[in-house]
Design a binder for this molecule. Structure first.
Ligand SMILES: CSC[C@H]1O[C@H](OP(=O)(O)O)[C@H](O)[C@@H]1O
Length: 369
């Protein structure tokens, strides 16, 4: 992603088209909310934290630089309720792009609070300022989207550190062999990565022996994106395995831990992540290999008691047909995510530390937020 803001209130956003990585590096200009929605929906950018960041930066670029939006906002300037409604309408549109990851919904909720607060402060202020409602809210959206960008990298570094320490302690090993699924690295976040950030931290500590990446059918985020990041970082023992080789790997080779990302973690620890994660957790449980979820607090959804209520995105048959070379017209079921039950999870690694199950084996995610 390329984000610039010269002049203080002139944000510009370009995103790397992840559908073309690793073979081509093409950047797409995101001048408005419509394009932010499109790049998310079509998976030109993906990864729960990055979806939230691109949506918010897209909103900020739209409000601050898009001529049509500026004109619309100018017309209703001074009417705080009308401006709020205008922004909330865009927020709802962005939120409808992909339903499973909760990071975007959480970010928009936080932003909404910041906007309400700013409006309250404006009406309470006695100073004879010439700043208009529109200017104030454009600045709130801009500041908040930039804050998210910065916070995500710092959070990921903390996740990496806590995760590496937890895995070393749990396994008692000096060198760790990991398995991961999907892409949770710099490409899925503002930088560093969540689950792949844990691998990065182990590598920095010279404690990473190997990392096996699943290809992650049908979109192949593992074979295209994680493989690319593993090679770029020169991670020791980096290798690609097909999704169905995970069992054989655990049966015949050294695997010390699995570490995966998350799109939504419920109050009881149930975790939605890329389709195939549930299978991986079952194989890991069978082989008594610790299984960690690495995710920022923004991926936690304590309003849902269990994974049964997580909306699971189903994508088109065409995507599965083209990637699997199935005959055209073949009916498909193509869920993008599955839910790993709490009982298969050893720990949830966040930037505030690791959430472990209690003595009864139950997670209390609420207590952590
Ligand atoms: C830190 S990435 C979290 C999460 O997002 C991915 O999904 P997608 O590629 O469909 O956007 C995947 O499930 C990752 O684990």
């Amino acid at each position: 992603m390329r984000y610039t803001n010269d002049g203080g209130q002139n944000p510009r956003l370009k995103v790397l088209d992840q559908l073309l990585v690793p073979h081509e590096k093409v950047y797409i200009d995101v001048p408005d909310v419509k394009m932010a929605y499109t790049v998310i929906k079509t998976m030109q950018i993906r990864g729960a934290p990055l979806i939230a960041i691109v949506a918010l930066l897209g909103l900020s670029v739209d409000m601050n630089t898009n001529a049509h939006s500026i004109e619309e906002l100018d017309k209703i300037d001074g009417d705080a309720t009308a401006i709020l409604l205008w922004i909330r309408d865009k927020m709802e549109y962005l939120k409808s792009s992909r339903p499973t990851a909760v990071n975007l919904a959480n970010a928009l909720q936080e932003l909404d609070k910041a906007m309400e607060e700013a409006i309250k402060n404006m009406s309470g202020s006695s100073s004879s300022t010439t700043t208009t409602t529109k200017e104030v809210l454009c600045k709130v959206v801009l500041d908040y989207s930039e804050f998210m960008l910065e916070r995500d990298v710092n959070d990921n570094k903390a996740i990496g550190k806590f995760g590496a320490e937890a895995i070393l302690k749990k396994t008692g090993k000096d060198k760790i062999s990991l398995v991961t699924i999907c892409n949770t690295g710099s490409l899925a976040t503002a930088g560093y990565g969540t689950a792949l950030g844990v691998a990065r931290s182990l590598q920095k500590m010279e404690k990473l022996e190997s990392i096996s990446a699943l290809e992650t059918r049908p979109y192949n985020q593992g074979s295209r994106l994680t493989a690319f990041e593993i090679l770029e970082e020169g991670m020791p023992g980096g290798q690609l395995i097909c999704d169905s080789a995970a069992g054989a790997l655990m049966q015949t080779k050294k695997v010390d831990a699995c570490v995966v990302g998350a799109d939504r973690v419920c109050a009881n620890g149930d975790t939605a992540n890329k389709i195939g994660t549930y299978n991986l957790s079952i194989i890991a449980a069978f082989h008594k290999i610790p299984f960690y979820v690495a995710a920022p607090i923004t991926s936690l959804d304590i309003t849902l008691e269990s994974g049964k209520s997580i909306p699971i995105e189903e994508r088109s048959s065409e995507e599965l047909i083209s990637s699997s070379k199935a005959p055209a017209g073949m009916p498909c079921w193509n869920p993008a995510f599955d839910v790993t039950p709490d009982c298969n999870i050893s720990g949830i690694i966040t930037e505030k530390g690791v959430i472990y199950p209690d003595a009864d084996g139950k997670f209390n995610v609420k207590a952590f937020v």
